[in-house]
Design a protein around this ligand. Structure first.
Ligand SMILES: [Cu+2]
Length: 145
């Protein structure tokens, strides 16, 4: 391969590199927990990685399967495990927010129909930097812990 040809190949790869650069915030392993027929709330777990050099915050969460979605965390209140809404969850530069059972989760209210294994839920997370992260969370069975 001549030198000029190598250079051309390098140029051709540039757009791909630029694309990777905009993907500094990534979603890993999203999943929604299967719901029982009579329940109207659901939960979604995922890992949100902030590979950028700026802190980000979650402004809003939405999904077509529920009327409302919020960031929640579990907390001990007077010796009782409860959960509360987290406004503007901050994710520092170079860190991840791990949403998992017993910890942070995306809470869905007034789901329109039960979430069944095999389906997937589309979710949009709006960040304070103007970016919206859209992804599909496959529904997985309720795991006994
Ligand atoms: Cu919750």
């Amino acid at each position: 391969m001549s030198k000029s040809r190598i250079w051309l190949v390098a140029l051709a790869m540039l757009p791909a590199l630029c694309f990777a650069d905009t993907g500094k915030i990534s979603i890993k392993n999203p999943w929604a927990r299967e719901t029982l027929p009579a329940t109207t709330t659901g939960v979604i777990y995922l890992t949100l990685e902030n590979h950028s050099e700026q802190a980000i915050a979650i402004e809003a969460v939405s999904t077509p399967v529920a009327k409302k979605a919020e960031v929640h965390k579990h907390a001990m209140v007077n010796g009782m495990m409860s959960m509360e809404k987290v406004d503007h969850l901050q994710i520092a530069a170079g860190t991840s927010a791990i949403f998992k059972p017993g910890s942070l989760h995306l809470m869905l209210f007034d789901i329109k129909q039960p979430l069944k294994v095999g389906q997937s839920v589309s979710v949009a997370i709006q960040l304070d930097n103007g970016q919206t992260l859209s992804f599909d969370a496959p529904v997985k069975p309720i795991v006994k812990r």
